[in-house]
Design a protein around this ligand. Structure first.
Ligand SMILES: [Fe+2]
Length: 325
């Protein structure tokens, strides 16, 4: 529950069911609520991820724009259109973005915040800044969960964290048209149009990450092996099926980065962003699309389990979506 200072809560009701105390809270959100519902704790006794059994009474808002259709989404999610764009009007929705706020930096592990701030100017395309910071909250739980499934092996969290911070910097070297093309999918599976830019951002990302590590990463005293591993993870972070197919030959750090990146699709912020950014405009339809693609989108069973848990929170939100805003 790392972000509960963005919430005010009121006890709504509580009751006991099957021996479990169910507490229902009325929550007014002043920021991302996803952390409250999804704050994952890994139980090593084979129980998988557990998070507090919280039933959220969602509060929705409708954003209105002078030139675009209105958007209804949770109060805690803000979407904006860019002030200027070279794309035709029919494609403007691909550029909807969540504005960066300083509070997101607190989600980045303290030791990496200065480095993140240096990389930040290269993370503005495609809401990559908000995405990257928010995915940092899953680094520890996922690394511990994957380690628990691989006795005797340790995941280098410095490598994973730096790879996560840098993995999408390549989008800054692509055009608006390429960014739009990468989002022209109804779920998570890439079509031929999206595949080109997705591949290109990973290749560009390796080149730019090399420069950024060289300029700002000295304080981490990385070995050559660590640097190579960071770049390998960036190169393959958007290839879940390839990585899964190669199995144990792929370092755990690479597998974890793939899953950390992809958990973003199941968070509250990106779920609602993509409902509108991808032009689906129907949260129930998008929820079903995510469920269909979930299995093949993750490499580790632990990443898949965490995504399933997040998906259930989105299901609960969508069930409360106002039919007539
Ligand atoms: Fe990403």
């Amino acid at each position: 529950m790392s972000d509960n200072h963005y919430l005010t809560t009121h006890l709504y009701k509580f009751f006991k069911k099957d021996g479990i105390l169910i507490v229902m809270l009325k929550i007014k959100t002043h920021g991302p609520v996803a952390q409250l519902a999804s704050a994952p704790v890994w139980h090593t006794g084979g129980q998988g991820f557990k998070s507090p059994q919280v039933h959220i009474l969602m509060q929705f808002q409708t954003l209105t724009f002078t030139e675009y259709p209105s958007i209804t989404l949770p109060q805690s999610v803000i979407l904006e259109y860019p002030a200027e764009t070279s794309l035709p009007a029919k494609d403007h929705h691909f550029l909807l973005y969540i504005p960066w706020q300083k509070k997101f930096l607190q989600l980045v592990p303290k030791k990496f915040q200065t480095f993140f701030s240096k990389v930040l100017p290269h993370l503005s395309a495609r809401t990559t800044d908000v995405h990257t910071a928010n995915c940092c909250q899953y680094i520890q739980p996922l690394c511990y969960a994957v380690e628990a499934a691989h006795p005797g092996r340790t995941i280098d969290q410095t490598v994973v964290t730096l790879a996560l911070i840098l993995h999408d910097c390549g989008w800054s070297r692509l055009s608006e048209k390429e960014v739009a093309a990468s989002l022209g999918v109804s779920g998570l599976k890439l079509n031929a149009t999206a595949l080109g830019p997705k591949e290109k951002h990973a290749v560009e990302g390796v080149a730019l990450a090399t420069e950024l590590l060289e300029s700002y990463g000295k304080s981490f005293s990385l070995s050559e092996a660590q640097k190579d591993l960071i770049l390998l993870a960036i190169r393959h972070h958007d290839q879940p099926e390839k990585v899964a197919k190669e199995g144990t030959a792929v370092p755990l750090e690479v597998q974890v980065l793939v899953d950390l990146d992809h958990l973003w699709s199941f968070t509250q912020l990106n779920f609602w962003q993509d409902v509108y950014r991808k032009g689906i405009n129907n949260p129930q339809t998008y929820l079903e699309n995510l469920q269909t693609d979930l299995d093949s989108y993750f490499v580790t069973p632990q990443g898949r389990a965490l995504a399933t848990r997040l998906w259930k929170h989105r299901q609960e939100e969508v069930a409360q979506f106002p039919t007539q805003p």
